[in-house]
Design a protein. Structure first.
Length: 419
């Protein structure tokens, strides 16, 4: 991983969008000095002048000022050399160019600025099957505009369910399946979602230890901070809207919603396709810092010697010190959500004090379980299977600490194979 002070890569990074992930990606890459220059497209005018745009980059309600992010209490002015005419400035010594002309990816001047690697953080262009010349815009438009590789800071979403994923598109989570990315083949790379990133780090250690055949079922609920798609105050739903809760104020409500984490998890951990898995989401009125409650039913070996919480915690502790270090963090502290805001590099923080297990025997009527067999050949009335239910809690900073850091790692790893 590239850190501040290392030699920047001799290439430019394009960022499309300057929302939460776009802005924090800019912060992360200027902190690491990942690239020799960054070109940001926002496709519209901002405020009254270029200075208003710069002020938005410089300050953040969640993470504070950019100067403090870079240098702590010693931070001074870090955005310098403003040139409103050219739309340029420097951040921490890294040149940044702002493009404000085009919102359709195919019309962005990546080629003119010699940008070959782009991360799209808008959340608008998620379908890799939409052609580049679609009038509403498409992820592939970046390729037509001059980019060679495009990273999406969200899961792919195919609008036409009859279509299949294109051969040049792949979903990866760094540290889990990043090697699925093949430079010669893949031009569109999804970095999944913040929830899928955390979930994959929670699931993989247990999959590696027990194997998919022993995990009978799994489910998760993410208690998720608010996102930019939610509203501050109640408003009327659009015509045909099915979910009326999306139009309710996030300021003072717990809001039930959906998540695509289950589908995305199967893309990065294919073994999960063999396991019945459910994923739910609840939005709460905090600005960042989220939690996954993971529940698994594991086929145990015996009632007499069941899986205990000490075993589950030891599995996570070992993984955090070896194969998944430093992105999996194991802690025996008692945390609250604000404690993990900005926590660097941590895809998931396992709250070991809250790991729970409960073992019981499930009795099955073999005549119901063995359909198609001659029931007269079944000699026992009941099959008793020991099953342990496991509950694990995992924290993640859904903006900067977890997701944007791993997204930056993915971008840098792709860049390293481009020159």
């Amino acid at each position: 991983m590239v850190q501040a002070g290392d030699q920047p890569r001799p290439m430019k990074l394009g960022i499309n969008g300057l929302g939460r992930i776009g802005k924090l990606s800019l912060w992360t890459h200027v902190a690491r000095r990942s690239f020799e220059e960054i070109v940001v497209n926002i496709g519209r005018e901002v405020g009254r002048s270029f200075h208003d745009l710069v002020a938005s980059v410089e300050k953040d309600s969640t993470y504070g000022r950019l100067a403090n992010f870079l240098y702590g209490h010693k931070g001074g002015r870090v955005i310098e050399n403003l040139n409103e005419k050219e739309g340029t400035f420097t951040v921490n010594g890294v040149p940044v160019t702002i493009l404000q002309e085009s919102r359709n990816p195919k019309d962005i001047k990546w080629s003119e600025h010699n940008v070959k690697l782009v991360v799209d953080t808008t959340g608008v262009f998620r379908d890799p099957t939409v052609p580049a010349d679609d009038p509403k815009g498409a992820l592939r438009g970046h390729l037509e505009a001059g980019a060679s590789k495009v990273v999406l800071s969200a899961p792919f979403k195919l609008k036409d369910k009859s279509k299949s994923m294109p051969d040049d598109a792949v979903t990866t989570v760094m540290g889990i399946n990043e090697d699925d990315y093949i430079p010669e083949k893949h031009n569109l790379v999804s970095a999944a979602s913040c929830t899928t990133t955390c979930l994959s780090y929670m699931v993989k250690p247990l999959l590696d230890y027990f194997g998919a055949s022993r995990i009978l079922s799994a489910s998760m609920v993410t208690v998720h901070a608010a996102t930019g798609s939610q509203v501050v105050l109640d408003r009327l739903p659009k015509a045909g809207a099915k979910d009326l809760r999306k139009n309710r104020s996030i300021l003072n409500n717990i809001i039930l919603t959906t998540t695509g984490a289950a589908d995305a998890l199967a893309l990065v951990l294919p073994e999960m396709k063999k396991i019945g898995f459910m994923a739910e989401s609840v939005r709460i009125p905090t600005n960042t810092g989220s939690l996954i409650v993971l529940v698994l039913a594991i086929h145990d070996e015996s009632i007499e010697n069941p899986i205990k919480r000490e075993l589950i915690n030891s599995i996570y502790k070992k993984a955090s010190e070896t194969t998944l270090k430093p992105r999996l963090v194991y802690t025996e502290e008692q945390n609250v959500s604000s404690d993990i805001i900005g926590f660097p590099e941590a895809a998931a923080i396992i709250e070991a004090t809250e790991t729970h297990t409960r073992t019981a025997a499930i009795n099955i009527d073999p005549k119901m379980a063995c359909k198609g067999l001659d029931k007269d050949t079944i000699v026992c009335d009941t099959i008793s299977i020991p099953v342990t239910q496991v509950v694990v809690y995992g924290w993640y900073d859904n903006e900067l600490g977890s997701y944007t850091n791993l997204l930056a790692d993915r971008i840098c790893s792709i860049a390293d194979k481009m020159f």
